[in-house]
Design a protein around this ligand. Structure first.
Ligand code: C2E
Ligand code: MG
Ligand code: MG
Length: 709
């Protein structure tokens, strides 16, 4: 195909030369059109877009040189232009080439070969320029608009380029930064060691390698502000492959890095206390076990469970509960070394990992330290709170070879601490496992016991020690377990308290006892009062008071026949609400007894404060009356104190005549125990009531006669 060329010239000789000599030689390779004036040329360029090159006569009338060049390149900037002229104007022609013409050709040199050559070369060169221009333009736009900062240097690490993002991050404008050394404009350091990383960067790039800076690197900006950055740097090579500089691309990752750190922390820590969570504990425990194994050392796990924490949460609300948990966390932490780990398992459970213990007893000492730290009083939002902890201890390798079994052993030991009355610590022993399994099955069975009607009440009479008459009966629960036989309260009440089943079970017992009492009343049997044991957990539940009222109402038992037996610990917790409930019960004439008196709380001020009717002296005192003068003194003073405070004292667990004699001599009001009767089923108790205590009256006669007026 021939190349279309537009010639702008009115020079007849020239035109002739072009059209004839050239066309004769290469007729089909050039397609020449001639126009004499600039205006015509422009019109034509606009009309025909198939023209591929322009030949401009320097000597054009009315529009010489520059003017013509400008007009044509404006009209068709993409077309190559070759200037034609005579030798005289050579200098100007060369000047035109510097300002946009592709080439020049002297009239005298025009021949077919040269012309063709110049036209084709000009077309090719123009095309190359176009591509280059486009590429450069695109690169510039890209660099200006990308979110990454780009910096480049020459071989001597002097800054040669900054894109707008780099100017912003570095707080250097390009004009200020140009020519300065890289380390001045781009001082990146290792966040941990604060060591300048630029020399390392220069060395790597100098060796022709692409470099990624370490993930914790920080850019210290000109204004002193530190930015976490992510960066990659690569050498720039010239066409011979030699390194001619470097290009560094970086971005601000402060936010991302902070977010990542936060996420990592959250994934491994408890939100409330900021202590490590179970996942992190497991990790550290696995590492600890591996180390202990390698070095033949021990480690220990302490399973710390707060006692009755749920009650505080339920009665004072979660906000206070949460603050209390934080306070506990702060108390436990200083009890251990920094190499150890305290973690929170959620709820009121904490697990402590002691990563190195020489002998098992050391773990016991730390457990004791923690127990004492937890027990000191707390003051939270104007509440004075008391808390205790039950702690189970397991030791590697004796109590488990892996993290799971070690924690399980500590958990089992913790349950034992609970059973031993809470507020103590216990080491794991193998036989505990058997016990733990048993406990689990009992919990499972307990869930069905009520529905399957497996509970019964037995009744034990309380005797007036002056007259020998039955002064009351105490209802005692038993569980006729389908496979284990009869279970006594000690075997299942603590479990029922822990799993919350005590509430429905206690309610059942209260209803059953009231029903029995009411039926005796209807039969005209004098039983005194019906005493029912109430667990601290029941007493503290919100529905307790309403429950008592509704049971009295539905069974029809007049409230003055009901006596509730509460332990000292149940009464002592939460003074305010206890007072209100006891006042309300007493206003209805329900009687209140303090059970197991002498075994719990030492501050007796509550006896004056609360409407209490009787004290039940714990059977452990009665048991020791004869063999310990100290105990005898205590019993004597309790009876005396009861008389002074106008409280009936009931001695529990009277088994011998000797004990009875002592108690009568001290004028103890009532007694209860195997000496008179064990607890018996309702029907049997009914017979006792019908016999009107004839069984015992002979024993009381002398004293009774002596006393009777
Ligand atoms: P408690 O209220 O102190 O009851 C007295 C316990 O002493 C009863 O044990 C009774 O059988 C026993 N006992 C009576 N006389 C003698 C004696 O002469 N010698 C000896 N060694 N023991 C005697 P039990 O029935 O095993 O009850 C144990 C505890 O379980 C009770 O102590 C009470 O705190 C609790 N309990 C019993 N029934 C219920 C119930 O329905 N609800 C709740 N929440 N607790 C109950
Ligand atoms: Mg009792
Ligand atoms: Mg008792």
């Amino acid at each position: 195909m021939s190349t279309r060329v537009l010639v702008v010239s009115d020079n007849e000789v020239l035109i002739d030369k072009l059209t004839h000599s050239v066309l004769n030689a290469h007729g089909d390779s050039l397609d020449i059109t001639c126009v004499p004036r600039l205006a015509e040329a422009i019109t034509r360029l606009k009309a025909h877009d198939d023209i591929q090159a322009l030949l401009l006569d320097w000597d054009l009338p009315g529009a010489r040189g520059f003017e013509a060049l400008l007009a044509l390149t404006n009209a068709a900037p993409q077309l190559p232009l070759v200037v034609l002229g005579n030798d005289r104007d050579l200098a100007q022609q060369m000047n035109l080439v510097r300002h946009g013409a592709e080439d020049y050709l002297l009239y005298s040199r025009i021949d077919a070969e040269t012309l063709l050559n110049k036209v084709h070369k000009s077309i090719a060169r123009k095309a190359r320029e176009g591509v280059l221009f486009n590429n450069k333009e695109r690169a510039q736009v890209t660099l200006d608009s990308i979110g990454d900062a780009v910096l480049s240097t020459d071989r001597a690490w002097r800054v040669t380029f900054l894109n707008p993002m780099a100017e912003k991050f570095l707080a250097w404008s390009y004009t200020e930064a140009a020519g300065r050394h890289l380390s001045e404009v781009f001082p990146v350091i290792d966040a941990a060691t604060r060591e300048l990383l630029v020399p390392q960067l220069e060395m790597e790039i100098g060796n022709g390698r692409t470099v990624l800076l370490p993930p914790n690197c920080v850019l210290v900006r000109r204004d002193g502000k530190e930015l976490s950055i992510e960066d990659s740097a690569a050498p720039i090579r010239d066409q011979n492959g030699n390194i001619s500089g470097a290009v560094i691309v970086f971005r601000d990752v402060s936010e991302t890095r902070a977010m990542t750190e936060r996420m990592a922390h959250l994934a491994e820590h408890d939100i409330l206390t900021s202590l490590p969570n179970r996942a992190l504990l497991d990790d550290r425990l696995d590492q600890g076990i591996a180390l202990a194994k390698r070095h033949g050392r021990r480690l220990a796990i302490l399973f710390v469970d707060l006692d009755h924490f749920k009650h505080i949460n339920d009665s004072l609300g979660h906000l206070i509960g949460d603050q209390l948990l934080k306070a506990v966390a702060q108390r436990i932490t200083p009890c251990i070394r920094t190499s150890d780990t305290v973690s929170r398992q959620g709820g009121d459970e904490f697990i402590v990992l002691l990563s190195e213990v020489v002998k098992a007893e050391d773990a016991g000492l730390i457990a004791e330290k923690i127990r004492l730290a937890v027990i000191a009083p707390y003051s939270i939002a104007n509440h004075h709170l008391h808390l205790s902890a039950s702690i189970g201890v397991s030791v590697y390798p004796e109590d488990g070879a892996d993290s799971e079994s070690l924690i399980r052993s500590a958990d089992t030991a913790m349950y034992h601490a609970k059973e031993k009355g809470r507020n103590n610590s216990q080491f794991f022993r193998t036989e505990m496992n058997v016990h733990a399994v048993e406990r689990q099955t009992i919990t499972g069975d307990l869930r069905h016991a009520l529905a399957r009607d497996e509970f019964i009440l037995e009744y034990q009479p309380k005797i007036n020690l002056l007259t020998g008459a039955i002064a009351g009966v105490e209802a005692l629960i038993r569980w006729r377990h389908p496979s284990r036989g009869v279970l006594y309260p000690i075997q299942f009440i603590p479990i029922a308290e822990d799993c919350g089943l005590i509430i429905p079970i206690g309610r059942w017992a209260l209803r059953e006892a009231c029903t029995q009492a009411q039926s005796w009343l209807v039969k005209g049997l004098e039983f005194g009062t019906m005493a029912v044991n109430i667990s601290a957990v029941e007493f503290r539940s919100d529905q307790f008071f309403d429950g008592v009222c509704s049971i009295l109402e539905s069974t029809g038992l007049p409230p003055e026949y009901l006596e509730l037996e509460l332990t000292e610990t149940a009464v002592m917790r939460n003074f305010e609400s206890t007072g209100l409930v006891l006042q309300a019960l007493s206003a209805m004439h329900v009687r209140i007894a303090v059970d197991d008196f002498g075994t719990g709380y030492s501050n007796l001020s509550y006896l004056k404060r609360f409407p209490i009717n009787s004290l039940k002296l714990d059977k452990s005192f009665v048991h020791d009356i004869a063999n310990s003068p100290n105990v005898a003194t205590i019993v004597r003073s309790v009876i005396r104190m009861g008389q002074n405070l106008n409280l009936r004292v009931v001695a529990e667990g009277i088994e011998t005549e000797q004990q009875l004699k002592f108690l009568r001599a001290q004028e103890c009001a009532e007694g209860q125990g195997h000496y008179f009767s064990k607890s018996v089923p309702g029907t049997e108790c009914e017979s006792l009531l019908r016999a009107r205590a004839l069984h015992w009256t002979w024993q009381f006669r002398p004293l009774a006669l002596q006393r009777s007026k």
